[in-house]
Design a protein around this ligand. Sequence first.
Ligand SMILES: [Mg+2]
Length: 365
Amino acid sequence: MQSLTFSKVIIRGVDIPLKRPIVSHLGVFETWPYLCLDIFTKEGIVGKSYISPYLKDYLPAIASCIKVLCKNYDGKKIEPYNFFENSLKSLSLQGFKGLGLYALAAIDIALWDAFSKAANKPFAELFGGSINTPIKSYNSSGLWLIERNKIAHEAELLKKEGNFDALKLRIGRENFKHDIQAYKEVKRGAGSDIIIMSDFNQCFTTKEAIKRCQQLDDLGFYWFEEPIQFNLLEDMKKICNLINTPITIGENFHGPKDAFDALLNNACDMIMPDLMRIGGVSGWLKMSSVAESFNIEVSTHLYPEVSSHLICLTPTAEWLEWVDWANPILKEPYNIMNGKIIIPSRPGFGIEWNENVLSKFKLNI
Ligand SMILES: [Mg+2]
């Protein structure tokens, strides 16, 4: 396998319009920002990654962190494991969470991409997995807190986008009856067999969450996601003990240690870490061993392209969250067939940029 030498990093910021604007308890978003990385090597191979850190005003700060971290790599042989470990140690004075971790995740994904391209293998195959692993995927690209009379039609469209068996509905409406109506509208639009995940986006106090979860407990939701603030582990445990529907958290784990702490405290029934916040590919692989040791199901959060490779290497993997939000920036987006993501047989993560879109929606960072 060809050895690679770090040459330079190019970071670009974009803000892409969303086909279906996000209307959630965490805010309303018409566009979705990305940092796109190209890590160049002296041998000509380019590692690529993107992260979407939610708030576009923070992109310059994260880009600065990436530049600082990359200073240590100049002219060095690319060894993704060592780079991750050394960079994490270098963040100790800055803290192991937050923007520094996001920056490290972006670099880590791009380095693993370059590394697998040097081996001319898709990432999952580099680690001995198979890109033909069937990965059940749910469509999370819509069903925000939209008006009730629009839910059934949107559910029907979302199902048809990939013949999905499962969709995610955002709930925590004015009262529980509105949540029940929304659930029934999804079934009306996408069929009675459709599996429905739900997400409260941390909208309740603990008392309110217990009441609402009890009111909806027998309805048939596949899971309740983040009913309260994600880091209130004692209260999450209380909710888990009172509610039959599985409770899931994880998109706000900052690094594998957060996953370990949540599982040690019995704060959830399943987890769904986010590729960026868990620390990129290296952070995910560490987390997947933690989850296996607790025998707990792991689903993904956003980033379907890289996450699908990681699902193939996660012993307790369950669902892949499909969102098409990054499709415009990709030359050849991933596809869904019969509710399962198709991993393309391309080296690395198979990501190439749609340069026209990157130019059109460029942000000055
Ligand atoms: Mg969520």
